[in-house]
Design a protein around this ligand. Structure first.
Ligand SMILES: [Zn+2]
Length: 327
């Protein structure tokens, strides 16, 4: 699929380099934002990765290919049905085991640093950046940055440094990604595996949505230089990590579904026709009540622009945790 220019986004942003929350590079001049990023049409099914339960964030201005975390209407319908079924199963299981649903959750985190060599350009970042990323996650998910408090906190268990040029860059949807994850993934359904590296297609990151049966693809892939203090201009405060973990906890994009239907399946995020890039204050793309949720972590705006989850998103994540990831 080709790229589709999104003039609306560029005009709204008022800046030449549009887009991207998820795509980085190419920000060049006048470039058209990533195809995926723009499509208001949620039905674009092209280039979906082999595992359709994944999602990505792209940088503005990138030539992007389809952003893997944007789902079709059919896919979201299937995911919602699966969530309902998983909840029924878990309720039956808990009734039998006398177990209660969790209200607060500490998530163990394993960070895999994929390096080409020992240089910074080759992916060798200091531990301090990883520790800062964990802090950013804890602040975002606790509501400390201005949004709703969620049930989740994050605890770093391990940093696993891997030098392997065959996995650098990490190519979304590739057999190399599969072998990397198969080799490295650790822990159970509740363990968050984060893979840091140089990424394909100007992507900032991508993630898998939860599934009832854990598989080795489960986890979050994040551009190394998007961590706090990294070199990814406008996307280097750690919110790619925040965004991708949101998908891992079952959140859709705020622009999922556009202006119609059930949108992102969260009632307190106003409908949004398409992704917002940069920080277009006052943007309002749907006739329904409310300005576009450009400050939400699940949009595509600059890290400096996004600072919150809503109470509805917090509830959705906790429900999904108890359905899919709780022990
Ligand atoms: Zn995303």
């Amino acid at each position: 699929m080709g790229l589709r220019p999104n003039l609306l986004t560029r005009r709204t942003a008022g800046v030449a380099s549009t887009t991207l929350a998820l795509l980085l590079s190419t920000a060049a001049v006048g470039v058209v934002p990533a195809a995926s990023a723009f499509s208001a049409a949620p039905t674009e099914a092209c280039a979906e990765p082999a595992d359709v339960h994944s999602d990505a964030r792209v940088k503005a201005g990138a030539h992007a290919k389809h952003e893997p975390n944007e789902l079709t209407v059919k896919e979201t319908r299937e995911r919602e049905a699966d969530l309902a079924a998983a909840l029924r199963d878990r309720a039956n299981f808990r009734a039998g085991a006398g177990a209660a649903a969790l209200a607060t959750v500490t998530i163990p985190v394993v960070v895999h640093v994929i390096q080409e060599d020992s240089t910074r350009a080759g992916g060798n970042i200091p531990d301090s950046m990883i520790n800062s990323q964990i802090s950013v996650l804890n602040q975002a998910y606790s509501g400390a940055t201005g949004g709703a408090a969620t049930a989740f906190s994050f605890q770093l268990q391990k940093i696993n440094r891997v030098t392997n040029p065959a996995w650098f860059p990490i190519v979304q949807g590739s057999s190399a990604e599969r072998s990397m994850k198969t080799s490295l993934r650790e822990g159970g359904k509740n363990t968050l595996n984060i893979y840091l590296g140089e990424l394909s297609d100007d992507l900032l990151g991508w993630a898998t949505f939860p599934k009832r049966r854990l598989d080795s693809m489960d986890g979050v892939v994040v551009l190394t230089e998007s961590l706090p203090g990294g070199t990814a201009t406008n996307y280097n405060q750690g919110d790619t990590g925040t965004h991708e973990v949101g998908h891992w906890l079952n959140l859709y994009h705020t622009f999922q579904g556009g202006c119609s239907g059930s949108g992102d399946s969260v009632s307190d995020t106003p409908a949004e026709a398409s992704p917002a890039y940069q920080c277009p204050t006052g943007r309002d793309t749907c006739t329904a009540t409310g300005l576009d949720p450009i400050t939400n972590f699940m949009d595509y705006t600059y890290d400096s622009c996004m600072y919150q989850f809503t109470a509805g998103q917090a509830a959705r994540m906790l429900t999904a945790w108890n359905a899919y990831r709780a022990a």
